[in-house]
Design a protein around this ligand. Structure first.
Ligand code: PMP
Ligand code: GLN
Length: 407
């Protein structure tokens, strides 16, 4: 493979890509695709791309099988089937206290990715600016670029990945159209606190800006952290599109069923773009996700507890391997600093790791416009079977042993 250096935001093939429009030059191949391919090629343990290695609830997969067998195989309605829109509205009320009318305020999409892309394409364009925090999930930069808007990033800094409210305010200009917020946050695992949400809400309101919130990890929040949808803050419901997805809630990341909820006028705009992206998708999966969203608290609580114990398992294993681990409050991911291992560059480290010990992880610096800030950070996914996590940690612990042996 020719994944070598990269431009300032992502691993990319260095040469310009023939035929590719200017807007997408430099985007290369996503880090997740690159790293999963590397894992297969080198037969490494893959803690790179965030996907579980076990299936989600049988009640949900069985409902999909039943739906295929009972004729749910043609185009569903553009906004998604009514039972799923109702189940999404019920889920948001049950867990977040948010009220949405399934008739016009809920839109079913091809994963959160399509919801985010359709929001960016329908609400922003050339001359507009979109504010987001860095490090950021990779599709944000691409979605903003495809819409023709400009991104402006505010850097999360320090062990708690905090932002400076003054920097956030300074990032907003008269051209700012949209704030794109991800909490729980990929790649850092940060869960934004209520006081941080209050600052973000105030800045959005002061600047009369629309917010799009990516909440795909909303059920992966640990310890005493709390998931607070930005839309639940005063003055925000009327200007926020809340996005989530079945992929991470039910461990069916390949199903790509997501949704966007918000005021009818905003959802109507997003739907206009969505109908020309995929039109519709996942007909037999939609009723199955509706079943999942109505599962009892035992499922949701059990899932969070199971993932928290996996987080703890990986955190302990990485600490034993000598990493400086930042314990995440949410998501599938642990961030660790590689400095104690004598390493200084996350990309060099991640590219050499399969050969050195047969493990694949993701360099955090590819999620920054200013990669220096994240140069020593790497991201490990813990949504894997315990034995896989243990094997990865055993291999990683050899790194410091072989370094000690070399002295
Ligand atoms: N946002 C974030 C922060 C993610 O990590 C992912 C990956 N699941 C997505 C969006 C995309 O979600 P989906 O697979 O539902 O498109
Ligand atoms: N969200 C997943 C991650 O962060 C990757 C999804 C993808 O490969 N696009 O690892």
């Amino acid at each position: 493979m020719s994944w070598q250096r990269f431009d300032n935001t992502r691993i990319a093939v260095v040469e310009p890509v023939q035929y590719l429009t200017e807007r997408l030059q430099g985007f290369g191949t996503t880090i997740f695709t690159a790293m999963s391919a590397l894992a297969v090629e080198t037969q490494s343990v893959n803690l790179g791309q965030g996907f579980p290695d076990t299936d989600g609830p049988v009640a949900v997969s069985q409902a999909a099988i039943d739906a295929i067998k009972t004729g749910h195989n043609q185009y569903p309605p553009l906004p998604g089937i009514e039972p799923l829109r109702t189940a999404v509205a019920e889920h948001r009320l049950r867990f977040r206290g948010q009220r949405f009318d399934p008739a016009g305020e809920v839109l079913i999409t091809a994963g959160a990715t399509e919801a985010l892309a359709a929001a960016l394409l329908s609400l922003t364009g050339p001359g507009d600016e979109v504010v987001t925090f860095e490090p950021y999930y990779d599709s944000y930069a691409a979605g903003i670029a495809m819409s023709g808007a400009q991104r402006r990033v505010v850097t999360l800094r320090g062990r708690d990945f905090a932002f400076d409210p003054d920097e956030l305010e300074a990032a907003f200009t008269p051209n700012t159209k949209l704030m794109l917020l991800n909490s729980p946050h990929n790649p850092t695992g940060k869960v934004f606190s209520r006081s941080e949400m209050e600052v973000i809400a105030r800045v959005c309101i002061d600047n009369d800006v629309i917010a799009v919130t990516d909440e795909v990890y909303e059920h992966l929040v640990f310890d005493d952290a709390e998931h607070i949808p930005l839309a639940t803050l005063p003055g925000m419901a009327e200007r926020t599109i809340t996005v989530s997805s079945a992929g991470k809630i039910f461990s069916f990341t390949g199903w790509k069923i997501g949704w966007a909820c918000g005021p009818a006028e905003l959802i109507n705009a997003v739907r206009t773009a969505k109908q020309f992206l995929t039109f519709v998708s996942g007909a037999p999966l939609q009723p199955a996700v509706a079943v999942g969203l109505r599962l009892g608290d035992d499922f949701f609580d059990g899932y969070t507890a199971e993932m928290q114990s996996k987080r703890d398992r990986l955190v302990d294993g990485l600490a034993a391997a000598g990493f400086d681990v930042i314990v995440p409050q949410g998501t599938y991911f642990v961030t660790a600093d590689i400095t104690p291992l004598g390493e200084t560059d996350g990309i060099d480290f991640c590219m050499s790791l399969p050969k050195r010990c047969g493990v694949v992880v993701v360099p955090t610096q590819v999620f920054y416009d200013n990669p220096e800030t994240g140069r020593r950070l790497v991201r490990f996914a813990f949504c894997k079977r315990d034995e896989v996590l243990d094997e990865a940690c055993r291999r990683l612990q050899q790194l410091s042993r072989s370094a000690a042996g070399a002295i």
